[in-house]
Design a protein around this ligand. Structure first.
Ligand SMILES: [Zn+2]
Length: 365
């Protein structure tokens, strides 16, 4: 199996005492560690140390971002406060480099949506209601600048790749899935924030008409997904035009970002339900390819999207080591080329043995 294998280790679990970084090196069969440098609110029960320990953090930048790099950015990085005077990324990057393991860095757009005083970056639904529970809208110019500057700052750690969490719209092909509940979700997620509306108007698309179509279609779909009104919305030309404008502008921007930041691998992490059709073949758009969230027990996920997966490798997804071994072999058979194994910090040390075993079998094939 030649897939590129990574293990997600959050910054608060990168210390030498946790031993996770060291466990990812050598005989483990892993190529990379994946570090969420910027994330949403954290509530985790850590088991990796052997004893349960809760860890709580504000959303934000999990390293002391250098203010001088953000002089021209209207929104400034918000530091998560748990790390005090330390620089978790710097020391981890050094240790990773010394041990010959690569580093992938993640930026989660949820980090920005939950900030109380940044309402403009939040997605808005077709009723104009803000969505602080969803990732920030990447059509917002201030958010883009902040993301761009953050990637610029992260370059000092010489990452092998970047992953952006929850950038659904960027890879949006415009066609919503046809099953009933995903249709509702996909309509709820069509963003009508000021930036999105302006982009649509600039391209000659009537944002208000699109919003009206979404409201009418969604109400019909929620009552009865098989009603004519609900079926019509799946094919609504106005909604399609609106989504296409956003999709095209986001791809164009991502392309520019890709050209500016010289990482070799770039991925946008998406839940399977919002994955675009193109991800079924693993096609890369604008230099960024999708990374699909594996739903425990849903073997169909990688059969539908045999490209790149994020997989929580402990319970409840897998009952024992043998189950994980079988799963990783099935990934290899399906031609999955990129996997992030997630949840190391919230699993007991035994989980690492499972993973080692699974990777050893898969590499032998
Ligand atoms: Zn928007």
């Amino acid at each position: 199996m030649n897939a590129d294998m990574g293990m997600v280790i959050p910054p608060w679990a990168l210390s030498e005492q946790s031993g996770l970084l060291e466990a990812a090196v050598g005989e483990s069969g892993l190529d990379r560690i994946v570090v969420p440098a910027v994330s949403g609110v954290v509530r985790s029960l850590r088991l990796s140390g052997g004893q349960p320990e809760t860890f709580v953090s504000d959303a934000g930048w999990h390293y002391p971002a250098d203010a001088s790099r953000y002089a021209n950015t209207r929104l400034k990085p918000r530091l998560a406060r748990w790390f005090g005077g330390r620089h978790p990324l710097e020391s981890a990057a050094q240790r990773a480099a010394q041990r010959g393991i690569r580093l992938t860095l993640r930026f989660d757009l949820l980090a920005c949506a939950s900030a109380q005083d940044w309402p403009a970056v939040r997605r808005k639904n077709a009723w104009g209601q803000e969505r602080p529970d969803r990732a920030a809208c990447p059509m917002n110019a201030d958010l883009r600048q902040l993301l761009d500057d953050t990637l610029g700052e992260l370059e000092q750690f010489d990452p092998a790749g970047y992953e952006i969490d929850d950038w659904c719209g960027a890879l949006d092909g415009g066609a919503p899935p046809l099953t009933p509940l995903p249709l509702c979700n996909s309509l709820l997620d069509v963003c009508f924030c000021e930036s999105c509306r302006q982009a649509a108007l600039g391209a000659g698309v009537d944002a208000e008409s699109a919003a009206r179509s979404v409201r009418v279609g969604l109400e019909a779909a929620l009552k009865d997904a098989s009603s004519p009104g609900a079926r019509r919305v799946a094919d609504d030309a106005m909604i399609r035009a609106y989504r296409d404008v956003r999709g095209a502008q986001q791809r164009a921007w991502l392309e520019r970002v890709a050209a500016r930041h010289d990482a070799r691998v770039r991925r946008c992490r998406l839940p399977a339900g919002s994955a675009p059709a193109g991800s079924a073949t693993g096609s890369s758009r604008a230099g960024w390819a999708p990374l699909i969230e594996y739903t425990p027990g849903d073997r169909g996920t990688f059969e539908r999207f045999p490209a790149a997966l994020n997989v929580a490798f402990w319970r409840p997804g897998f009952a024992d080591a043998a189950a994980l071994v079988r799963f990783v072999r099935a990934l290899a058979d399906a031609g999955v080329s990129y996997v992030d194994f997630d949840g190391a910090d919230e699993s007991p040390p035994e989980a690492l043995d499972w993973l080692r075993q699974a990777l050893r079998y898969a590499r032998r094939e």
